[in-house]
Design a protein around this ligand. Structure first.
Ligand code: IPM
Ligand code: MG
Length: 368
């Protein structure tokens, strides 16, 4: 069993704008090391398309072992049209999925928070999104993403058949539901669990297991169930009815993209993927911005580093037990926004447009 090095932070910038935004995270980590005498040990390596180009695989064994040893992995983004033609098993995304699965990062936390400064950036009316604060807890290592059998195979008449399998076991459902209930207790104490129990047996099991865990251990948390399609609709109709949304891997993928746009700005949203704590209290975790690799703007210095920096704030809170530092970093981001600084993606009238590194520097100057 490979031990987790408590202070080891592995930076995996990846593709597209990944390297630009993770460079700003690196500055923040170095600031904490220099100014707050925190002893983070930074490692950096390749993942995704850039790793495929150099090594012929999106995730080398060496990087995978580094990931196993690190308490915190900060991932930028993977993928881009450059690798569209690459064989399925070598696609940049496979690296991400392997890290999630092999590190057993089953709980994916995706907050969708509408920043007051950016209420007008949403395509929804300000009164619908102002004050929005939703947390999506997405199951990340099961469901149709990983179920077997899978593949494409020839069948009769020269046709082919594509197969993926959606499966969940009781324990897979219960462990992620526990995370959602525990987090709800620190928020508004409400969980809405989403599945398609009307058409899928795995959805019916999901609903039953969540309900019985609730009745056994979390009676004090308000629980309701919602069909995932209805949830998609309710998210744009009245998003503030939600506190914690608990859902499976595929529905969570879609609902979190939808929820992120309520906030007007994909460039601001962080995420955390957490594993279970072992008996020594150690936990593996990976943090990444919700936005993708955005190849169209890569290399131009216009990407928004806030989602990555806020992802590091989540790392401070969830992996490193540094709540005060996490709050300080989140506050520094707010202050930079209050000063009217905006990267291109969130630029609006009368604000000052800044580059990726200028935004990073401004946030660091607010930390002082
Ligand atoms: C996400 C992404 C990934 C997913 C892709 C890049 C594999 O969309 O993290 O939401 O589908 O999980
Ligand atoms: Mg997605």
């Amino acid at each position: 069993m490979i031990k987790v090095k408590k202070r080891r932070v592995l930076l995996l910038p990846g593709d597209g704008i990944g390297p630009e935004v993770i460079a700003e995270v690196k500055k923040v980590i170095n600031w904490f090391n220099d100014k707050k005498s925190l002893d983070f040990e930074i490692e950096e390596d390749l993942v995704g398309g850039i790793s495929f180009d150099k090594h012929g695989t999106p995730l080398t064994d060496e990087v995978f072992y580094k990931a196993l040893e690190s308490a915190v992995i900060m991932l930028g983004a993977v993928g881009g049209p450059k690798w569209d033609g690459v064989e399925f098993s070598k696609k940049p995304e496979r690296a991400l999925l392997k890290l999630r699965k092999e590190l057993k990062l089953f709980a994916n936390l995706r907050p969708a928070i509408c920043f007051e400064q950016l209420v007008n950036a949403s395509t929804l009316k300000p009164e619908i999104v102002s004050g929005l604060d939703i947390l999506i807890v997405r199951e990340l290592t099961g469901g149709v993403y990983f179920g077997e059998p899978r593949g494409i195979k020839p069948i009769e008449n020269g046709e082919r058949k594509g197969v993926n399998t959606h499966t969940y076991t009781s324990s897979e459902i219960i462990r992620v539901a526990r995370v959602a209930f525990d987090l709800a207790k620190k928020r508004s104490n409400r969980v809405i669990s989403c599945e398609k129990s009307n058409v899928m047996e795995a959805g019916q099991l999901w609903k039953e297991e969540v309900q019985s865990l609730h009745d056994k251990d979390y009676k004090d948390v308000e629980l309701s169930h919602m069909l995932a399609d209805n949830c998609a609709m309710q998210l744009v109709r009245n998003p503030k009815q939600f506190d914690v949304i608990l859902t499976d891997n595929l529905f969570g993928d879609m609902l979190s993209d939808e929820a992120s746009m309520l906030t007007g700005s994909l460039g601001l949203l962080p995420s955390a993927s957490l594993g279970a704590k072992n008996k020594d209290g150690e936990m593996r975790a990976m943090y990444e911005p919700i936005h993708g690799s955005a190849p169209d703007i890569a290399g131009k210095g216009v990407a928004n580093p806030i989602a990555s920096i806020l992802s590091f704030a989540m790392a401070l809170r969830y992996s490193l037990d540094l709540d005060k530092e996490a709050e300080a970093l989140e506050k520094a981001v707010q202050e930079a926004l209050n000063d009217g600084l905006r990267t291109k993606d969130i630029m609006s009238d009368k604000m000052k447009e800044v580059s990726t590194s200028q935004m990073g520097d401004a946030i660091i100057s607010k930390l002082q």
